[in-house]
Each structure stands twice: as structure tokens, then as C-alpha cells.
Design a protein around this ligand. Structure first.
Ligand SMILES: [Zn+2]
Length: 171
């Protein structure tokens, strides 16, 4: 398995249904592939089954997407630092077992202030998008979609196009 590539699943938050996320995670578990989730920290601990799952499954890698889904690229360094620091403290204080090392930018937008705030908070900024095997949202995909990508039947890009097409067809 090539773990230089990242399977990035965004916007996991306190409203996320743990069972749904587990269904999407099954193909990752079967293949022993790391499933990276970018979380919004606000209230996360309140969702006990999600909290437990994120902390216990060895193939879930937890990254930070923010305290809430804010446009971080327009915020100043100190406000960002406070938000990141608060998020990491929340995670640690409630017994988050995994180390959160990386911030994944909302809307993939980065600014110089954001780069500095990540450094201040001891967070790595997510790698260049070219290193993403696939960026998706768990609620847009099925376990079969994940299987298609992990098995190499489709690339992440092709899968994303297919999902967009289906959405348009429904709309
Ligand atoms: Zn997002």
C-alpha cells in the first residue's frame, strides 16, 4: 500500500453519524489503508460513539479542519492560533488518544497568516493537494465508491467526476 497518498475525508463533526462513517471505513479496514479524517472539533466529544471510533480504530488518522468550518484563509494569525490551540486542547483534555499533527485547510485555501498560525500551534499544514489520492466527504459516497477507488478501478478524480455527474442528474 502506498501511504504517501492521502485519502482525505473532510468535515467530520459532532453531527456525523458514526455508523455511516464506519460503513465508509469498511473498505479501508479490509485493505489496511489509512483513512484520514479532517475534523471540526467543536462539541466532538459529545458524540460518544464517533469519539470512540475516531480514537480506537487504528486506520483512522485524525487531522484538524478547525474548531468550526470557518474561512481560515481570511483570518489573522492570532485568531487562528487561538482557534487551533483551543481545538488541540479540547482534544487532549477529553482524552483524545491520537496525536493531531496536521491541519487540513477549509476550502483548501491557504494564506501567509494561516501558514504562520499552523507553525505557532505546532501543526503541519496539509501537504500539497497533488498528494491526495482522493478528497471526499463520507456522506457523498458509498462503501462501493470507496472500494472502486481503493481497488484502483477508478482514480479519486474519476470518482469525484462521477459523483458530480450523479448529483447533477438528481438535481
Ligand atoms: Zn471542509
Amino acid at each position: 500500500m502506498d501511504q504517501k497518498l492521502i485519502y482525505r475525508d473532510d468535515d467530520i463533526n459532532y453531527l456525523t453519524c458514526a455508523d455511516e462513517l464506519k460503513r465508509i471505513h469498511e473498505p479501508f479496514a479490509r485493505r489496511g489503508v489509512v483513512h484520514t479524517v479532517a475534523v471540526e472539533m467543536f462539541g466532538l466529544w459529545e458524540n460518544k460513539s464517533l469519539w470512540r471510533f475516531l480514537n480506537s480504530d487504528p486506520l483512522i488518522e485524525v487531522g484538524l479542519h478547525g474548531w468550526q468550518h470557518n474561512m481560515h484563509s481570511t483570518m489573522d494569525r492570532s485568531t487562528l492560533f487561538e482557534e487551533f490551540d483551543m481545538s488541540l486542547e479540547y482534544w487532549g483534555r477529553r482524552g483524545g488518544r491520537k496525536e493531531i499533527t496536521t491541519y487540513y485547510p477549509t476550502w483548501n485555501r491557504v494564506s501567509p497568516e494561516l501558514v504562520m498560525a499552523c507553525e505557532d500551534a505546532g501543526l503541519k499544514l496539509s501537504p500539497d493537494r497533488s498528494e491526495y489520492a482522493w478528497q471526499f466527504h463520507y456522506w457523498e459516497v458509498t462503501a462501493e465508491d470507496v472500494e472502486d477507488v481503493l481497488s484502483g478501478k477508478m482514480t479519486g478524480k474519476e470518482k469525484q467526476k462521477q459523483i458530480k455527474r450523479n448529483e447533477t442528474a438528481i438535481a
